[in-house]
Design a protein around this ligand. Sequence first.
Ligand SMILES: Nc1ncnc2c1ncn2[C@@H]1O[C@H](COP(=O)(O)OP(=O)(O)OP(=O)(O)O)[C@@H](O)[C@H]1O
Ligand SMILES: C[C@@](O)(CCOP(=O)(O)O)CC(=O)O
Length: 194
Amino acid sequence: MPIVIAISGKRKSGKDYCTNLIREVLVQKRFDVSVAGISHSLKMEFAKKHGLKYEELLTDGPYKELYRKDMIQWGEEARCKDSGLFCRAAISSTMDSDIVIISDCRRRTDYEYFSANYRTVTIRIETSEEDRKQRGYQFVEGVDDAESECGLDDYKFNLVIKNQSGTDLSQQLNMVTEKISRIIDKLKLPINKE
Ligand SMILES: Nc1ncnc2c1ncn2[C@@H]1O[C@H](COP(=O)(O)OP(=O)(O)OP(=O)(O)O)[C@@H](O)[C@H]1O
Ligand SMILES: C[C@@](O)(CCOP(=O)(O)O)CC(=O)O
């Protein structure tokens, strides 16, 4: 069973950017790591239903923003029936890895699902509004003041990474890998493969 690193953060906080860096650092340390997104199966189903470009919905460009409100609404209807639906799809898309990074947790039910089923480390990516704006963020009513963006605002995260100008990302990434290494030592997992 993998250790799950469950990442959350607001739009343009750098969830994908930090996910890639964390993955690289862990891979360098010879951990077997996969990355998955809760929104991937949601976007896949939504794209099929509406004839949209799935690959484009996965990028950080403006295309997905055109459909974000509708995707949120459709996803929430599906989650009302089964809150673990997209979390299960995300983890089952990974290939038997020792560590799975989930790049886009947004809701308490996401963290509840992973914490209930896996040894989970929750990481929040925090960024000033100024930096987010420089990366293309603009406030949208019904998105940035709704559960999709605010559902984890008061959560007690295991680690917080400040991904903004003036902060040292590499030092913070070391904290993450140290924490993961400690968990692995504690669990005595047969990990750290050649
Ligand atoms: N520390 C950083 N240095 C340089 N560029 C960064 C940094 N963090 C994020 N970015 C850039 O900012 C943009 C948004 O980052 P990213 O896509 O990782 O955010 P996100 O939280 O996944 O956003 P969203 O959920 O809105 O898609 C990307 O173009 C990314 O390359
Ligand atoms: C529809 C939604 O999954 C879009 C997520 O897109 P992204 O993580 O910002 O690329 C957000 C949500 O489920 O609330």
